[in-house]
Structure formats: C-alpha cells, structure tokens
Design a protein around this ligand. Structure first.
Ligand code: BYC
Length: 328
C-alpha cells in the first residue's frame, strides 16, 4: 500500500553526510510530536533502527505462530480450538501489517524474509521455548501476549506513522489474546489438582522467559537512548518490565499460582513488586541461536516458505497477466 507512493532515496543519498540543520529540524518535529511519514526526510540511523525493530517484530509474529500452532489439532474443545485458530491467524495478520510498514522504509519483504531464514535476523527470544502442554497455550496468552501489550501500547505513539498505525490494530487484537490465555489459566487453576499442576508448571517455565522479552537491562541496552530520543520507544526496557511485573503478579495470585521467584516481594514504599535476578546468560544463549527450539523454528519457517513458493509464483503470474490484459 505505502510502497507504491514511496519516493526511494538513492543509496548514494543515504551515504551522504547529514547536515546539522536538517538533523535539528528533524528532531524538532519529533519533539513537537509530529508523525514522520514514509516520504519525509529522515536520518539514515532512524530509518535503520526502524527497519531493524519493525522487521524483528514482524518475524516474531510469524515465528510466534509455530509454538501455538503446535496445539491446534489437540485443543481440548471446539470452542478452545476456534479461539486458538483465530489467535494464530491474527498473528499472521500482524506479521503482514508489520512487513508492509517495514517496506515503507525501502526494504522488500523478500529481503527481510531471506535474512530471517538465513538466521541473520532476530525474532523474539520467547518463541524459542517449547509448548509442552495445553496449559502452555494459556501461559502464552496470559504472559507472552500480556508482555507484548505492555511493550506495544506505547508503540502506538511511535514517531513513525506507519508503525504507530499498525500497532493500534495489533494491540486491540493482543488484548483479546491475553484474555483468552488468562481464561484458560483460570479454568485450569480452578480445575482438578492435575489441571492446577499443569497451570503451575506452565507458569514455572514461562515466567522468566517472559521477563526477558523486554530486552537487556537498561545499562546493557545498546539502542534505547537513540530510540527514546527519537520517540520510537517511549519507555526503557526495565521500566516496561517493571510495569509488567506489577500488573501480572496480582493476576497470578488471583489464579492461586506461585511465581518461581523466591525474591519476589511487594515494596510498600515504592509501590512495586521487586523480583529476583534474571538469568542473562540464558537470554544471551537464546539470542545466539542456542535456545531449546531455535533450530526447529527456523527449519519450520524454511519449510513453510518452500511450500508457499508455488502460491507466490502463481499470484505473481496472475498479476502480470492482468496487467498485460489491462495494457492491451
Ligand atoms: N529477543 O538495545 P536493545 C509478540 C536484541 S512479538 C530477541 O535493548 P531495542 C507476540 C535487540 O534486538 C514480540 N532479541 O534493543 C507475537 C538488540 O539486538 P540487535 C516482539 C532481543 O531494540 C506473537 C539487542 O538485543 N516485540 O509480542 O532498543 C504472539 C540489544 O537490545 C530481545 C517487538 O518486537 C528479545 N526479547 O529493544 C504473541 C516489539 N530483546 O538488533 C506475542 C518491538 C532485545 O542490535 N521491539 N533483543 O542485533 C521492541 O520494543 C524492542 O526492539 C525491544 C528491544 C524491547 C525488543
């Protein structure tokens, strides 16, 4: 949609030094809360940051379909199956809006997909963990979508127009996802002792990886300063992580489940739930490609890409035929 009207900057324009007055005018627009649109001038580093973030986000959506898709054939009832199917389809749709938003910055979807399949692009660490039981579908909705909403609501106010607009619809859908997950957890937590144990086991395994979704601590985050200055990000990684913990701990207590953190305690004076140390070595291992499911996820995505090749070829051939007929 956007790419058709995009006036692509030439590569040599991008390499040219960026005049200080232009940079200052750009920052003034950001400070005045104006939206930056695809054909507006932007610093090359701003453009690159957005391509990185939006494409990582798009990849996360489509890789995120895999662990949940794993349970589509084994959902415990027709109602659960229909809701999960809708959720997994929503994630595919989110990927599409996000790839379209990234394309407005002058990269093609094919390029981005190639980077993913070659293992050169990142996607969220969380999707490298396995879904071992039905309760994991509840935990993903409650915790992973809950963390996603906390991170993504501020992105609705991102300074780049196409990303901000894509996020508005995505966040509406994510809030339905979060509720369907919490409802699964509530049903299990109020069920038999075996069902409650399943819910507890899922919380035990998904809690820490959910906290890692927010990225490295502020002292280790390389990109936060620039992204906050450009109003791409509105809160730091640690601020969002804390907001998530504060919102989620009361929900877990309502479920009657225990968090796998002996150091978790309420800090009355600060009004925050304090939590224990995150295992950053595990986070780094997952990012380096050595999480429990990294290889499996990429192999599945590659196979899906291969299987869809004839569909893309057929759609392209059909579009060309129509264009030729219209030109006759
Ligand atoms: N996993 O300087 P930092 C979803 C990387 S989708 C992997 O703090 P930044 C959902 C980071 O990319 C969830 N990598 O970076 C979908 C950087 O590496 P590079 C995805 C991570 O960008 C389906 C390096 O670590 N959400 O929720 O300022 C179903 C240093 O980090 C992670 C988004 O993508 C991670 N967890 O902040 C259900 C939202 N964390 O690029 C749910 C948009 C950090 O230099 N993205 N890294 O090689 C963001 O908000 C930010 O990019 C992040 C990281 C907060 C994730």
């Amino acid at each position: 949609m956007y790419t058709q009207g995009l006036l692509h900057a030439k590569d040599d324009d991008r390499a040219a030094p960026e005049p200080a007055d232009r940079l200052a005018r750009f920052q003034a627009r950001i400070d005045a809360e104006e939206k930056i649109e695809p054909n507006d001038w932007m610093p090359e580093a701003y453009r690159r940051t957005l391509v990185r973030m939006i494409s990582q986000h798009a990849h996360s959506e489509i890789v995120g379909m895999l662990p949940e898709g794993n349970w589509l054939t084994r959902a415990p009832s027709l109602r659960r199956k229909a809701a999960l199917l809708a959720k997994v389809q929503d994630e595919g749709g989110h990927g599409l809006y996000l790839y379209a938003a990234a394309e407005t910055l002058g990269v093609s979807r094919e390029e981005l997909m190639e980077q993913l399949l070659l293992g050169k692009a990142k996607y969220s660490s969380i999707f490298n963990y396995p879904t071992l039981s039905w309760a994991d579908i509840g935990a993903i909705g409650w915790l992973v979508d809950g963390a996603a909403i906390m991170n993504q609501i501020p992105l609705c106010r991102c300074s780049y127009g196409p990303y901000a607009r894509a996020m508005i619809r995505i966040c509406k859908e994510e809030s339905f996802h979060q509720r369907q997950g919490f409802e699964i957890m509530l049903t299990l937590a109020r069920g038999t002792s075996e069902q409650k144990a399943m819910a507890q086991d899922a919380l035990d395994r998904w809690w820490w990886p959910s906290l890692m979704m927010f990225g490295p601590s502020d002292t280790q985050s390389q990109h936060s300063d620039a992204s906050l200055r450009w109003k791409i990000k509105r809160f730091s990684n640690d601020e969002l992580r804390q907001k998530f913990v504060d919102a989620t701990v009361p929900q877990g207590r309502f479920l009657g489940l225990a968090f796998p953190d002996a150091d978790l305690r309420y800090d009355e004076a600060a009004g925050h739930w304090r939590f224990g140390a995150i295992d950053w070595a595990e986070f780094r291992a997952v990012l380096a490609g050595n999480g429990p499911c990294n290889r499996q996820r990429l192999a599945q995505r590659s196979a899906a890409d291969e299987r869809g090749r004839w569909v893309r070829a057929a759609a392209t051939a059909h579009a060309e035929k129509r264009r030729a007929r219209a030109a006759e």
